[in-house]
Write a protein that binds this ligand. Structure first.
Ligand SMILES: C[S@@+](CC[C@H](N)C(=O)[O-])C[C@H]1O[C@@H](n2cnc3c(N)ncnc32)[C@H](O)[C@@H]1O
Length: 289
């Protein structure tokens, strides 16, 4: 049940209620057998971290762990990524420099970026990972409807044990970093580094940190518990500290940014090798300011 005392519920939710296509939401709801799909998608051994389970993201009690959050996510998000959600996501994907054969989309949510990744790289194996089985249920439905072969798994972006080290060419995360405490964003960057092959690329799409700092009201209007911390940080620095090289950020339209970085190709000098492999925190390439 949505809480009634938040800025989001008081001012934005009524506006969104007018804008969203209620019938489309009802149809999507009816098309999913929530109980069986969520049972199948749920990893019974997964323990939800406190930072995730105890926060009411977007003012919805229970955060992402309910079907209402999953059903309303796309209809609302389209208005939160101006000027056009698909342009912004595609522009972020277009900054990718590698030709990936295996892609992991962390915190994939309802799969909007995941589906675009598969459409952009049709020959790649594409996998989405998320902590909410409800979001995964919507993502899976969208992929099936679009005829796209994408696998979705339930799991932690910062500790995705089910995947082997150095097994992906591209690891992406869209709109995930602003939803996690800073130490978790750092852990996710390190996990992306572990998962990538040498020469592989990380791509992080999220809110524009400088614009958020310059316009603090943007960090107030949505019920986003970690958005202020995100705004004061630097994705460039986070990726640099995780060991990524050639880290660069680009503005995407008005309030978004994309940051990409490469996992250095191992230099066969044993000294440099062991430094990069064993101490990813000591970035051999300084992050851009
Ligand atoms: C704002 S949504 C973004 C969804 C999608 N990537 C997009 O671009 O629309 C954030 C998503 O991250 C997921 N999430 C948050 N913390 C996570 C974590 N530590 N590991 C995996 N998923 C996480 C949430 O369940 C939610 O689906």
């Amino acid at each position: 049940m949505p809480r009634q005392d938040t800025i989001f519920e008081r001012y934005l939710a009524p506006m969104f209620k007018l804008l969203v296509d209620r019938e489309a939401i009802d149809n999507l709801d009816k098309s999913i057998d929530w109980e069986s799909v969520c049972d199948r998608l749920t990893d019974p051994n997964l323990v939800y971290p406190q930072y995730y389970q105890t926060q009411d993201f977007h003012g919805i009690e229970g955060g992402y762990l309910n079907k209402s959050a999953a059903l309303t996510y796309d209809p609302i998000t389209q208005y939160a990524i101006p000027p056009n959600e698909t342009w912004v996501r595609q522009e972020a994907i277009d900054t990718i420099t590698v030709k990936p054969r295996r892609i992991l989309d962390l915190g994939c949510g309802t799969g909007s970026t995941t589906l675009l990744l598969k459409q952009t790289f049709p020959n790649a194996e594409v996998i989405g990972l998320d902590l909410s089985p409800y979001m995964l249920a919507v993502a899976e439905t969208k992929a099936k409807q679009a005829g796209l072969d994408i696998k979705f798994y339930h799991g932690l972006a910062e500790e995705s044990d089910r995947f082997e080290s150095q097994s992906f060419d591209l690891v992406s995360a869209s709109l995930l970093f602003h939803e996690t405490p800073p130490e978790i964003a750092i852990a996710i960057a390190r996990e992306a580094f572990r998962l990538l092959k040498a020469g592989g690329e990380v791509m992080i799409l999220d809110g524009h940190q400088k614009i958020l700092r310059q316009n603090p009201w943007l960090t107030e209007i949505f019920e986003e518990p970690y958005l202020k911390d995100y705004a004061t940080g630097s994705v460039d620095a986070t990726l640099g500290a995780a060991g990524f090289a050639k880290v660069r950020s680009e503005d995407i339209w008005w309030i978004n940014q994309v940051t990409v970085g490469l996992k250095p190709i191992i230099n066969h000098s044993p000294n440099i090798n062991s430094q990069w492999e064993q101490q990813p925190n000591q970035n051999p390439f300084p992050a851009p300011a």
